[in-house]
Design a protein around this ligand. Structure first.
Ligand SMILES: *Cc1c(COP(=O)(O)O)cnc(C)c1O
Length: 455
């Protein structure tokens, strides 16, 4: 075992030190290596060294280097050193965090993280967190808590009896709602199309003057951090109005944006978020924890515990956390381990620095590209930049060439009818040097595409 793990350490270290020089996305040729995994399964055993050796030969060449400093696609963080190391240990320990009985450690560390998160994030200070796979599941979990809370007031037990013939829940979202929240609504039986969509402004923020009538049967979903522009729905204006209408439940999808609340400099953007009933956020995005790290946070844990209970026996709130009453799963990994390590290694200052540093890299991208004459489509309020290189065809061509070039990686998106390249700076690992190197590649490629177009 020891020599196998030492070999694994070598492979991991080699991969991590290759990040500075290697291409960000694998080349077509490297991707051909994937076929080496696809032989039919042999009859005989194979020793673990050979298995891991083959896995490394293929994986280290075909992995997308999003843990390096020059990956700016979607909203994807890297892995902080302490979080990666904790992830190795977590694998070694292989705790089943579904019950305190199967892992007192897994349950306890989640409780600690839950308290820390309630303290540092812009949420109600008495909230409780559950540790799930990602924000899709965090949104889903929060929505089931909302569903319980709204229906139980009508003495309708949705967990026991389902939704047929239940009182109707009205769902209000912004026009810029993330697709994963719609999926979560569909999973929760509320439907992804029977919604009221509130019009948004030029940055994708819900318009306060366009709010519909809402009541105690309404679930209102706001967003902290638009996946394109990074903008925030004005929670400080909307939530007090919604409370006046006696809205049933207010949820905030803050997959990455909620973390802006941990920085004095950006905190104002999240004003009012703490007035909601539930929040969904990711550990695997801006906190830079390895994948499979979503967090659902609820003000009144009883609603989440009711929704996630297996037998309706959730009313006894004495005693220790019963982890499965906070997540859809029973058996699962102890996801608190990496979150604990990430937060502990950063401290409050380090976390604020991570947020501020990535935001200032995003500003640098926007300023430099704008100076070269390219159009920035959004107000760069946090870590997201949308840039257009001209018409759709030209912008798409530039994006595709940047991806092939391999210096950095950015994806395409549509913003209010315009094709854009999205730059999301979410990794702790991005340095000024990475930014300049990437800018040089972007500008060189864009100029070349424009030159080819005119000549
Ligand atoms: C990324 C994102 C999601 C989905 O999160 P997953 O962790 O990928 O499930 C939802 N909402 C917003 C605003 C996001 O940025």
């Amino acid at each position: 075992m020891k020599s196998l793990l030492q070999k694994t350490l070598e492979y991991s270290s080699e991969y991590l030190s290759s990040l500075k020089e290697r291409r960000v996305a694998p080349s077509e040729k490297e991707l051909e290596l994937l076929h080496r995994l696809n032989h039919s399964l042999q009859e005989e055993k194979l020793n673990p060294e050979e298995v891991i050796g083959l896995l490394n030969e293929v994986g280290s060449k075909t992995a997308v280097a999003n843990v390096g400093g020059r990956y700016f696609g979607f909203v994807i963080g890297g892995s902080l050193p302490a979080a990666l190391a904790a992830n190795w240990l977590a694998g070694t320990w292989d705790q089943n965090a579904g019950l305190a009985a199967t892992s007192p450690f897994g349950s306890f560390i989640e409780d600690v993280c839950s308290r820390w998160l309630a303290e540092i994030l812009p949420v109600d200070k008495n909230s409780t967190a559950g540790f799930v796979t990602g924000v899709t599941t965090a949104n889903f979990s929060a929505i089931t808590a909302a569903r319980h809370s709204i229906l139980i007031k009508h003495r309708w037990d949705a967990e026991a009896n389902g939704l047929f013939n239940a009182p109707e829940i009205k769902v209000v979202v912004g026009e810029e709602v993330h697709g994963s929240l719609l999926k979560a609504l569909s999973l929760a039986g509320l439907g992804r199309e029977r919604l009221i969509k509130v019009p948004v402004d030029s940055q994708g923020r819900m318009r306060v003057d366009a709010l519909p009538e809402m009541d105690e049967n309404t679930l209102l979903c706001l967003q902290a951090g638009n996946v394109n522009t990074g903008s925030f729905d004005p929670a400080d204006k909307i939530i007090p109005l919604a409370r006046k209408m006696n809205v049933g439940w207010i949820h905030i999808d803050g997959a990455f944006g909620l973390w802006a609340g941990t920085s004095e400099k950006y905190k104002h953007l999240t004003n009012g978020c703490e007035l909601a009933d539930s929040w969904a956020t990711d550990g695997h995005k801006w906190l830079n924890v390895p994948y499979d790290s979503g967090i659902v946070i609820v003000k009144d844990a009883i609603n989440l515990r009711a929704a996630m209970s297996m037998d309706g026996a959730y009313l006894d709130q004495s005693g220790d956390r019963i982890p499965y009453q906070f997540t859809p799963e029973l058996s699962r990994r102890a996801r608190g381990i990496e979150i604990w390590a990430a937060l502990k290694s950063l401290g409050k200052k380090g976390l604020a620095e991570l947020i501020e540093r990535t935001c200032s890299h995003a500003k640098r991208f926007a300023e430099a590209l704008s100076k070269e004459g390219f159009e920035i489509l959004n107000d760069v309020v946090i870590n997201q930049v949308l840039v257009s290189f001209g018409d759709s065809e030209t912008t798409n061509k530039v994006i595709s060439k940047i991806q092939k070039d391999g210096t950095c990686w950015c994806g395409g998106t549509m913003w209010q009818g315009k094709t854009a390249m999205r730059i999301s700076v979410s990794s702790w690992a991005t340095t000024e040097d990475d930014v300049e190197k990437s800018l040089n590649a972007m500008i060189r490629i864009a100029k070349q595409v424009l030159y080819e177009k005119t000549s």
